[in-house]
Design a protein around this ligand. Structure first.
Ligand code: DUC
Ligand code: ZN
Ligand code: ZN
Ligand code: ZN
Length: 487
């Protein structure tokens, strides 16, 4: 008989309600929820909240980028995630050629050897060609139903509008969800050059070259292109009011548009780029950059109003030594910050303790909403019989001061250094195994994490478009020179 565990005496917090009950786990899944349940072993959840494990849909572990490779590994990153109550990550596969399946294999090889949390992937589309068109179908068949597009990083990852339009139509035909990094890459490149020409070469110019306007413009454009292609769209790392406004307006018209702020943008502001210590500022260089309070307030409002649905991290963590690649030129500072380990406690402290989010909204934006958006629900994102036993027992009274010196992440700093948080995991369970226990420091077994396939969406998963009937998905051209216009 498989061994069973009962989580006793806690309050189950789901996206839709809170109630007191025990949770019985048999093997890897939840077997029952009820009163006075018994099992082979007991976890005491009294005074704590029993929630679906966090899902971070936006990570870049060991990502080759800007002339280096993100230092956070699959092993350290997933241990950090579990210790912070996140039981699943969705990482971006960046192909360096048209061989999307080869890139997926490379990511899967790293993850399967090292990951201690479950994982899934998004595939990046960084150009357009017949082999990419063909490979997208094979990618979906492998259980990856989302494709990411960069509107920035000109000359590297960026796609132009015609390429994005073709890929979005392909997504519509395959039942996949397009994701977008929305910044106008042409304007960013022009502004970067302007500041370099003026001799402004420090991290502060990183923020100057990526103002809210470039993000707002790109989000509007991505939404309109998605609507023309008849496909829903998910905007990653929404950082400012113009971006949020575009999403809000589209949703009000009935379009299926989703927006993901990061916990960093909700809590850190642009003042970090004026810090007198170069390292301090450069460690916080990511795209889009941190904004001011007006933009933060907009993001918080979006989470409680439902116009923004997910809080992620874009965990893409470089060491201080790597950041120094840009000592004399801000455009060479590797872009990215961490947050995987801290997302839940920082959001609990800045969101729930301040009254900006209810505990149920907290669960919705850290787990349940993204499970539904990515077609993972209810295997993940839910506490119900049959679901994977991915559970965080969160103690709202347990607190700490965030320190790089005590974190599980292998990075030598933390953008939340010195921040006092409450709402720490007492236990984290991944598919029924207790993989983290407060006060204990053992890492779970690398390689125990599993790939979670996400099937294609049903054909009804469409955007509301005024002219979607005009573009039959199968009319998408395989020939990049012959993009379909209308039809
Ligand atoms: N932004 C970052 O800051 N890092 C990784 C990629 C991205 O878009
Ligand atoms: Zn991005
Ligand atoms: Zn400002
Ligand atoms: Zn990213």
């Amino acid at each position: 008989r498989t061994r069973s565990i009962v989580i006793k005496g806690g309050t189950i917090v789901a996206a839709d309600r809170s109630y007191e009950a025990d949770v019985l786990i048999e093997g890897e899944t939840i077997a029952a929820i009820g009163e006075n349940l018994t099992g082979d072993s007991v976890l005491d959840a009294s005074g704590a909240y029993v929630m679906p494990g966090g899902i971070d849909p936006h990570t870049h572990l060991e990502m080759p980028f800007m002339g280096t490779t993100a230092a956070e590994t699959w092993e350290s990153g997933t241990f950090a995630a579990l210790s912070g109550g996140t039981t699943m990550v969705v990482d971006f596969v960046i192909p360096d050629s048209e061989n999307l399946i080869g890139a997926l294999d490379a990511w899967e090889a790293r993850a399967s050897r090292q990951a201690s949390a479950d994982y899934s992937f998004h595939m990046c589309v960084t150009g357009w060609s017949e082999p990419i068109f063909e490979a997208m179908e094979a990618v979906v068949a492998r259980g990856v139903n989302s494709f990411k597009h960069f509107m920035a990083y000109k000359g590297a990852l960026m796609v132009d509008d015609d390429q994005m339009f073709a890929s979005f139509q392909r997504c519509a035909a395959l039942g996949a969800l397009p994701l977008v990094h929305a910044e106008n890459g042409d304007i960013v490149a022009a502004l970067q050059q302007k500041y370099l020409n003026e001799g402004i070469r420090g991290p502060e110019a990183h923020a100057y070259s990526r103002p809210p306007e470039v993000e707002g413009e790109a989000v509007n454009r991505a939404i309109m292109i998605a609507d023309a292609a008849g496909v829903p769209v998910y905007i990653v790392h929404v950082s400012c009011e113009p971006a949020h406004e575009a999403i809000r307006r589209a949703r009000q018209k009935g379009m299926r548009v989703y927006g993901e702020p990061l916990v960093q943008h909700l809590t850190l502001d642009e003042a970090v780029y004026q810090h007198p210590d170069w390292d301090h500022a450069a460690q916080r260089v990511m795209s889009p950059p941190f904004r001011d309070k007006r933009h933060q307030d907009s993001l918080w409002a979006g989470l409680s109003a439902g116009s923004l649905q997910v809080v992620a991290t874009d965990h893409c963590a470089f060491s201080t030594a790597q950041k120094r690649m840009g000592l004399s030129d801000f455009t060479r500072i590797p872009n990215g910050t961490g947050g995987l380990e801290d997302r839940l406690p920082v959001l609990w402290t800045s969101g729930v303790e301040t009254g900006r989010l209810t505990p149920n909204e907290f669960v919705a934006v850290t787990s349940t909403n993204i499970a539904r958006i990515l077609n993972l629900y209810p295997r993940k994102g839910a506490i119900q019989p049959g679901a994977d036993a991915d559970i965080v027992v969160l103690d709202p009274k347990a607190g700490k001061t965030i320190r790089a010196s005590t974190q599980k992440s292998i990075i030598d700093y933390n953008v939340f250094e010195g921040v006092e948080v409450r709402g720490l995991p007492r236990f984290t369970l991944s598919r029924g195994e207790v993989v983290y226990c407060a006060g204990r420091n053992e890492a779970p077994r690398p390689g125990r994490g599993r790939f979670i396939p996400r099937p294609a969406f049903a054909p009804a998963h469409r955007a509301l478009s005024t002219w979607k009937a005009l573009v039959a998905p199968r009319a998408v051209s395989r020939d990049p020179a012959r993009m379909p216009i209308g039809v």
